[in-house]
Structure formats: structure tokens, C-alpha cells
Ligand binder design. Structure first.
Ligand SMILES: [Zn+2]
Length: 281
């Protein structure tokens, strides 16, 4: 990632496939008060995570490859891992490299304090991949040929209120499924063993989608893995600053007589600097 005073450019793990071209980089701008307020209000209102992440990324992503007009539909077309990478870089840009997290040991329920670093959670960008993958799988006593694409933000949004979300997510990402004799197989009746294998393939195609932490409990010495929730963590950190944000806006408004909308439009570091100046007056 290359950073400047206004934002950062990063390589996406997979990249956006749009109109026959792959766009492998993205540019993020710094959060402004309007973005933080939007996240705080949406989190308080219980807005679904997938739509909140999409709105935040659409606001803060100023370019994806050659594409400069970034709207929600482009951000929704990114695979889950690319969205996770953007969120991690947004964390780095906003709060720095260090991430403090707490997980509970599944063995003894002891709470472990984790000191994570953004760099350790990012997977290296893959070799420029293809938008689709063809895999051969042996499962449920047969051989299968499947054409798959990666799970996107739009897919997650589409299954939000479905009770069979995981199964439907897989069906959406299968472009075709055939048995070894060449017959097309209906996606409504995928054998369980085959579904598990295809879920595994989807995970391999998008390694940044799930951030797995290998941990050891100091209390009971059990080794276990836990998922790190980059979106949930970033949203919680921004939400925790709701009081601080309004305090800064109020202090700057009183000290300099600026309008609320102008103060909220400032990039976060500049607002914080003005708030420090206002406190000295
Ligand atoms: Zn334990």
C-alpha cells in the first residue's frame, strides 16, 4: 500500500472483473465525519452489515483500477476477499496498523486479548486470476464438473433474509454443474458432500474472504482457530467514537464558528487537529 496525506492505493487480492477487463488496484480516501456519522447511525439502527459495508466502501473508494466513478453496484461486484482487504486498509488509514481484539476460548471460555497487525491479516495478492474457475470433484459416488465464480457483496445482500442463506450463496456461484456422463445437474439437489467440496473450492478461490487466526489459550493450553471479523471490528471502532465525533464538531463550531456540514466534510485527521486547536483557545 502506498499512502499519502489524503488516502492510499492498494492491490486487491483478486480484483474487479468489469467489462472484460480486470482492475487489480483500488484507491481509498480518508474517512470524513459524514462517513463516521453514517456508520454510527446505521449501526445504532441495526442496518444489515452487508449494506452498511457497501455504503462505506462506495463512499471511501475513489478508484478501482481505471474506473473512477465508484458506485454501490461496483463495490457490490467485488468478491468478499477484496471487500475485506479494503476494510483492513481502511482500518489502517483510520486507526493505524494495530488492531486490538478479544476472543473467547472454546475450551474454557477464557477471554484472550489479541494484538493483531493489519499486515499480518492481509493475504498477498493472487496471480491475476480468472473471473471463473472450472473444477473436477469426486463426491457422493460420482465425478462432477463445476464452473464457479467467487461470492460477491451482491450475493451476500441477496441471501440476507433467507433461512437457507449458505446453500443459496453456493447455488448463486455455480454457473454450471455436470455429472461425469455430461448430464446437467439441478442446483436444487446438490449432494451434501459435493456442496461441502464446492464451498471449499470457493474458499480457495478467495483466500482473503475468511481471516483465520491460529490461537493457543494460555489458561487451558488448547489450540484453536477463530475467524477475525474485519467489517464488524471496523464498524464497532467507528461506532465507539460517536460521542467523540460530536464533541469535536461542537468544539470546532464554538471556537471557529464553522457550519456543521463543513466540519463533517473534513478528513478525520484534520478535524482532530482542529479540535485540538479549539481545545487550546
Ligand atoms: Zn482455554
Amino acid at each position: 500500500m502506498s499512502s499519502s496525506a489524503t488516502g492510499a492505493t492498494l492491490r486487491l487480492p483478486v480484483g474487479l472483473f468489469h467489462e472484460r477487463a480486470r482492475h487489480g488496484t483500488a484507491r481509498l480516501r480518508l474517512l470524513a465525519g459524514t462517513d463516521e456519522l453514517r456508520v454510527q447511525e446505521a449501526a445504532a439502527a441495526g442496518e444489515p452489515r452487508a449494506s452498511l459495508v457497501t455504503a462505506l466502501l462506495a463512499a471511501c473508494t475513489t478508484a478501482i483500477g481505471d474506473l473512477a466513478d465508484i458506485d454501490e453496484s461496483l463495490v457490490q461486484a467485488l468478491c468478499i476477499g477484496d471487500r475485506e482487504a479494503l476494510l483492513l486498509h481502511l482500518h489502517r488509514l483510520t486507526f493505524g496498523e494495530a488492531i486490538e481484539a478479544v476472543v473467547s476460548c472454546p475450551g474454557c471460555a477464557e477471554l484472550l486479548d489479541l494484538d493483531l497487525r493489519v499486515a499480518d491479516l492481509l493475504v498477498p495478492p493472487a496471480m491475476p486470476g480468472e473471473p471463473e474457475a472450472v473444477v473436477a470433484v469426486g463426491a457422493a459416488g460420482a465425478s462432477w464438473r463445476a464452473r464457479l465464480r467467487r461470492v460477491t457483496g451482491a450475493d451476500q445482500l441477496a441471501v440476507l433474509y433467507r433461512s437457507d442463506a449458505a446453500a443459496q450463496l453456493l447455488r448463486q456461484c455455480i454457473l454450471s454443474l455436470e455429472r461425469d456422463d455430461g448430464t446437467a445437474w439441478p442446483l436444487e439437489s446438490i449432494p451434501q458432500e459435493l456442496a461441502a467440496a464446492l464451498d471449499g473450492t470457493l474458499a480457495e478461490l478467495d483466500p482473503q474472504a475468511e481471516i483465520r487466526l491460529a490461537l493457543a489459550c494460555p489458561a487451558c493450553r488448547q489450540n484453536f482457530t477463530a475467524n477475525f471479523d474485519a467489517a464488524g471490528h471496523l464498524i464497532a471502532e467507528i461506532a465507539a467514537e460517536a460521542g467523540l465525533l460530536l464533541g469535536e464538531v461542537g468544539a470546532i463550531a464554538r471556537a471557529f464558528r464553522w457550519r456543521e456540514t463543513d466540519i463533517l466534510a473534513l478528513p478525520r485527521p484534520r478535524r482532530r487537529a482542529y479540535a485540538a486547536l479549539a481545545a487550546q483557545r
